[in-house]
Design a binder for this molecule. Structure first.
Ligand SMILES: [Zn+2]
Length: 392
């Protein structure tokens, strides 16, 4: 299936532009017409992180006339392993500004529009409305469903990508011509089931593999060349070095783009995706201590067992002194329960407090009624108790 170009061509290219884009202009399928369409194109990148970095850089180099960036975060040292649009001297700066600087250096002819906000229900239509195409580089399910729903409700196409460790996926969602993200994934995974890159890690260069698919698809859609990745999911495995294609059909029962939609406007995405599960929230209610309270218990000589429920690789990077490592999975499947003391309080922690809340629910169900977990996890410990520890 080929589709008509998304964008009308600009009136003309300047002499400078002809020189800059000459390697595009001599490709017959792109040529002057395609380059003029890119010049007229307005593309929004949601996120200037792992996927947003290569996406923005190549879209800028390709001559996309207007590039929008939605990003509210600031550059952290741990971003630099993969977010190559930012550099050492950008640490602490807003990512949107840092990305805009890099784009201007790559191609000063690009008009960069910064949206230094968190995308939410109140601003998404207004922001998306200014663009022809959206590139989704978000890393959490709540924003992913928000991007999808807003794009479908506005009738706009978007290029989606996701990355984790050595695996990546990409597709083009455009409800007018094919499936949407909800047709592929009607429901978000249960909270805590799918680890984020912050929890599980990501091979930095994976961002380039998936980001380059996203930019390729964006250029094809804008100029109307080739076969767009509509109705197909690309699945990339870096360890096998394989790309697989999976057909994705439009789901006639899709809650959003199906024949009888039940989602006809934006919903509460945090609630839909759940930061923590209902069981975990219930278990944590009244059984949550702060990192400072943990320090006070320790300073007071209280007898308790501090259990770190993260993964071994995380424990190796940084751990709270005196903690023992029992990964969450061993608590959830029950295998670690027999080794836990009955006569001492158990205090659980993880990186940020989500996994420990899940483990807490399992512990309480197993009879460890007085166990608690640490709000904010090891990150809170570092921030409030011991800033000399490394963070990740
Ligand atoms: Zn759908």
């Amino acid at each position: 299936m080929s589709l008509p170009p998304l964008v009308e061509p600009a009136a003309e290219l300047t002499v400078d532009e002809v020189r800059r884009y000459s390697r595009h202009l001599i490709i017959p399928d792109v040529a002057m017409d395609g380059q003029k369409r890119l010049k007229n194109a307005k593309v929004l990148c949601v996120g200037a992180g792992g996927l947003g970095s290569p996406a923005l850089m190549y879209l800028a180099a390709a001559g996309v006339g207007t590039l929008g960036i939605v990003e509210f975060d600031t550059v952290d040292e741990s971003n630099l392993q993969r977010q190559i649009i930012h550099g050492q001297s950008d640490i602490g700066r807003p990512k949107a500004e840092s990305a805009a600087n890099s784009i201007r250096e790559i191609n000063p002819l690009v008009n960069v529009v910064i949206h230094n906000v968190a995308l939410d229900n109140d601003n998404v239509f207004e922001i998306f409305g200014q663009y022809d195409l959206i590139v989704d580089g978000t890393d959490n399910f709540a924003t992913r469903y928000l991007v999808n729903d807003a794009a479908v409700l506005l009738g706009k196409p978007y290029v989606w990508g996701s990355i984790y460790r050595f695996d990546g996926q990409a597709s083009v969602f455009w409800a007018e011509h094919g499936p949407c993200y909800r047709c592929l994934y009607p429901e978000p995974p249960p909270p805590g089931m799918v680890p984020s890159c912050a929890e599980g890690g990501v091979l930095g260069v994976l961002c380039a593999s998936i980001g380059s698919i996203q930019v390729t698809e964006a250029i094809k859609l804008l100029t109307g060349i080739g076969e767009p990745l509509v109705g197909r999911l690309m699945v990339y495995d870096a360890l096998e070095m394989s790309y697989r294609q999976v057909k994705v059909r439009k789901d006639p029962n899709c809650a959003l783009c199906g024949e009888n939609p039940t989602v006809t406007g934006l919903i509460d995405y945090d609630d839909f995706c759940g930061a923590v599960s209902a069981e975990a929230a219930e278990a944590a209610d009244g059984s949550t201590i702060t990192a400072l309270e943990l320090k006070e218990l320790r300073d007071a000589g209280k007898d308790f067992l501090l259990v770190d429920v993260r993964e071994p690789a995380e424990y190796e990077i940084v751990s709270i002194p005196g903690s023992v490592l029992i990964p969450k999975g061993e608590i959830l499947n029950g295998s670690a329960l027999a080794s836990l003391p009955q006569d001492r309080q158990i205090i659980l922690h993880c990186k940020s407090g989500v996994r420990s809340a899940e483990a807490l629910a399992a512990l309480k169900a197993a009879g460890f009624k007085d166990s608690v977990h640490v709000q904010g996890g090891v990150l809170a410990w570092i921030n409030t108790v011991d800033p000399s520890l490394p963070t990740y």
